[in-house]
Design a protein around this ligand. Structure first.
Ligand SMILES: Nc1ncnc2c1ncn2[C@@H]1O[C@H](COP(=O)(O)OP(=O)(O)OP(=O)(O)O)[C@@H](O)[C@H]1O
Ligand SMILES: [Mg+2]
Length: 268
């Protein structure tokens, strides 16, 4: 932290020594994660690295040990519904959309009485299609449209942090771009923790990131220097940063191998 306190502002959420054991098996060993107070923080890692378990641990959906600070307050012992009331929105990996309900009904379920009125203006501005499809059963939406419902629900309520788990998974490139654009705009309104494997999306959206390897944090810091280092991304993520899933790296993607002094790798 510099004298002005601006270079490294206090993280919105800080998880330390996060450990999860399920059925006698250690899934998370020592995860530390800082979510920046602005913009998008990416949580990266190969399949099975523990990304979803980490967000579920933060939300109290799996038994965990370690400490979690939200805005500097210890929320480690809080149950999921309390954390949600404290302003953490969650769009899960399976999207969690109620398929038999309409789009409008799905959104209405996300309204949180007692807080400020639901921000339908923001949601309809980001996802105009959802207004047009308000009466359509969510189960008949495309994967991308269902993802939009899932993200929209997190934005309706007065959340101070939104967590989205693999928002672009399984989507066609054009829809990936649409979802990324919406998240980019959403992140101007509320900080986002985004689990993502598409490095083009990470490059576009995230300023900071953490990489998990086998349930441990192996990198925490700025996203750009990591993504500019194909050797590091190959080692940590199993994919060189020039070649992303689906080949969706933009032609202007940075290719410099120069490592910034900010690059920190906790594990060699
Ligand atoms: N409830 C559970 N019971 C047993 N094992 C689990 C459970 N949940 C997760 N795991 C295991 O923990 C490891 C991490 O899983 P997790 O879903 O967190 O990975 P991930 O990084 O989100 O992977 P992906 O990219 O495939 O979504 C995996 O080996 C998984 O099989
Ligand atoms: Mg996952």
């Amino acid at each position: 932290m510099n004298a002005a306190g601006n270079a490294h502002p206090r993280p919105l959420l800080a998880a330390r020594d996060l450990r999860v054991r399920i059925g006698g098996r250690h899934i998370l060993h020592d995860v530390h994660l800082d979510v920046a107070p602005h913009g998008v923080t990416a949580l990266l890692g190969r399949n099975g690295a523990g990304k979803t378990t980490t967000v579920r641990a933060i939300l109290g959906l799996v038994p965990r040990t370690g400490s979690i600070l939200l805005d500097g307050q210890d929320v480690s012992g809080l149950r999921t519904h309390v954390l949600v009331r404290r302003g953490i929105g969650y769009a899960p990996e399976d999207r969690g959309v109620f398929t038999a309900l309409t789009v409008a009904e799905n959104l209405r379920l996300a309204e949180r009485p007692g807080s400020r009125p639901p921000d339908y203006a923001l949601v309809h501005d980001l996802f105009p299609e959802l207004r047009q499809r308000a009466g359509q059963p969510a189960g008949t939406l495309s994967g991308g449209q269902q993802q939009m419902v899932a993200i929209a629900r997190t934005l309706l309520a007065d959340n101070r942090l939104v967590i989205v788990d693999e928002p672009t998974k399984g989507l066609a490139p054009k829809i990936v771009t649409e979802v990324a654009e919406a998240l980019e705009r959403a992140a101007r309104a509320v900080p986002v923790l985004m689990v993502e494997q598409n490095l083009a999306v990470v490059r576009r959206l995230a300023t900071t990131c953490a990489v998990l390897v086998d349930g441990r944090t192996a990198y925490a810091g700025e996203a750009a220097p990591l993504l500019a280092d194909p050797r590091a991304t190959r080692r940590l993520l199993g994919v060189a940063s020039g070649s992303t899933r689906g080949g969706q790296d933009p032609p202007g993607a940075r290719a410099s191998a120069a490592e910034s002094p900010d690059t920190r790798e906790a594990q060699s």
